[in-house]
Design a binder for this molecule. Structure first.
Ligand SMILES: *Cc1c(COP(=O)(O)O)cnc(C)c1O
Length: 486
């Protein structure tokens, strides 16, 4: 075991030390990977060194490198060495965090780290919470609790068909699709998800929210929940949480805040005021595997009222009955979330928070925000790029616009503008593909006012202001290559 471990840790150190020298994305195909990996089901054992060599030469080589300082795609954390070690130790202990009696110290550690996260957010001290696989699961758990809490019938016993009214949920146009997916899975129904318009800064419009709630009330429906975003994935926008909470209170709605992307930015001083009002939420979904820089998987759901969660998830099965124990030791996570067997996610959260501390974390997040703002300034000062959305956190949406197009866009008539915009859409789409192939930086895309945007998200303590300048020069280099082939 020591020999395996030492070899693996050496490989980890080499990998992370050279991370910035790699191509962010491999030039490969499904066939090429299968050719290297596929083989018959192993009957006999292989030598560990050979297995590790395959990991190094095939799996590492043909992966996207999420820890690379210019990996700007999606909302992707880099992972950290200390958390990788924590995962190794967690798997060694193999604690199963179903309930206190199954994993006494591990369950206490999860309770402690959840309390720390509540403190980071300034959330209700009596709130309950737990780690789940990710934000999608956290959002689903929140909607389950919300619906049960606001249903007019005993929903869990009688099922949705017992409801005399449609239960309606309100989200902005910019809300993550995991909410609509959860609504579909839970039998709320996608048609009962009302989409609220956003303003020019991509924030939920309170007037439209109120209008749609009133419309539904007039039609005899039951409005039950509003989802506010604390960092959208398209543009990084934070909804006005205090205003949304007032509407929730006025109409007796469950307020769920999806803070999966943005939540931990509360640690950065310059972003903190955006999160005012998050303490008023009935539930908050977070992703420590995003801005706590942790490796997947680690989502987190917090419920302001522990009883609302218990009433949703507790089952009275004989095999889950806790025999002859005091209240603290009778505690079971299965009463607060959908899962039974659960891995020891809290260990990496604990090791990260202990090993790094929230001061350095806040500084790293502040630096990510500064990188995005720096890029926005570079684009605004350029003759050949333009921003498509304001930078609020660390997401930047922009596009390439050759100078002659930029000029034409300001003067041309509507139909000419549409033609130019169509051309810019396809030009930028090609640019995205070519940038990926080039390998020095990686972006993803977004649709902004119906137009194709290049989209980046800075979520990596390795990324520097200089990387933002490199990104722009990478794009220009790739542009010159595309235009040559036109
Ligand atoms: C990432 C994200 C999700 C989904 O979380 P997963 O961990 O990928 O399941 C939901 N909402 C927002 C705002 C996110 O950023």
């Amino acid at each position: 075991m020591r020999r395996w471990g030492n070899a693996a840790i050496d490989l980890m150190a080499e990998y992370l030390a050279s991370i910035g020298d790699r191509q962010v994305y491999p030039n490969t195909s499904s066939n090429q990977i299968r050719e290297q990996l596929d083989e018959a089901l192993p009957v006999e054992r292989s030598d560990f060194d050979a297995v590790l060599a395959s990991f190094r030469d095939t799996i590492i080589k043909l992966s996207r490198h999420n820890a690379h300082p210019r990996m700007f795609g999606y909302v992707q954390a880099p992972g950290t060495a200390i958390a990788a070690v924590a995962d190794l130790l967690a798997s060694t202990l193999n604690a199963n965090l179903t309930a206190w009696r199954s994993a006494p110290a591990a369950v206490e550690l999860e309770r402690l780290t959840i309390n720390w996260i509540k403190e980071i957010l300034g959330y209700e001290r009596k709130a309950a919470g737990l780690f789940v696989s990710g934000g999608s699961m956290a959002n689903m758990a929140a909607l389950m609790a919300a619906r049960r809490a606001k249903a007019s019938e005993d929903l869990l016993s009688k099922g949705a068909r017992s409801l005399p009214q449609e239960m309606r949920l309100y989200v902005s146009e910019e809300t993550h699709h995991s909410i609509a997916k959860a609504a579909a899975l839970l039998g709320i129904g996608r048609d009962n998800v009302r989409t609220i318009r956003v303003d020019e800064r991509f924030k939920i419009r309170i007037d439209d929210l109120t209008a749609k709630i009133n419309e539904d009330l007039d039609a005899g429906h039951l409005p039950f929940c509003v989802v506010a975003n604390a960092g959208t994935v398209m543009t990084g926008t934070v909804d006005p949480l205090i205003e949304v909470s007032r509407i929730a209170q006025q109409f007796n709605l469950w307020l769920h805040v999806d803070a999966c992307y943005g939540g931990f930015a509360v640690l950065a001083k310059s972003a903190r005021p955006l999160f005012d009002g998050i303490d008023k939420a009935d539930s908050v979904a977070l992703d420590p595997h995003k801005w706590l820089y942790l490796p997947v998987d680690c989502g987190c759901i917090l419920y302001r009222d522990p009883e609302a969660a218990r009433a949703t998830f507790a089952q009275e099965a004989e095999y889950t009955r806790v025999i002859a124990q005091e209240a603290e030791e009778a505690f079971a996570f299965w009463d607060y979330g959908p899962e039974l067997s659960r891995r020891f996610r809290a260990l990496k959260v604990w090791m990260m928070l202990k090993g790094v501390g929230v001061r350095a974390l806040g500084e790293a997040i502040e630096k990510d925000l500064a990188c995005a703002r720096h890029f926005e300034q570079l684009v605004q000062a350029s003759a050949d790029f333009e921003m498509l959305a304001p930078v609020e956190l660390s997401i930047f949406c922009f596009r390439y616009v050759p100078a002659q197009f930029k000029r034409a866009l300001t003067s041309a008539d509507e139909s000419t503008r549409r033609k130019i915009n169509d051309e810019l859409d396809s030009l930028n789409e090609r640019l995205l593909v070519e940038l990926e192939r080039d390998g020095s930086a990686y972006l993803s895309n977004a649709l902004i006012h119906g137009r194709f945007a290049l989209r980046g998200c800075v979520m990596n303590y390795r990324t520097t202001l200089r990387d933002m300048e490199i990104l722009l020069s990478d794009l220009r280099r790739v542009v010159s290559r595309i235009e040559l082939t036109l």
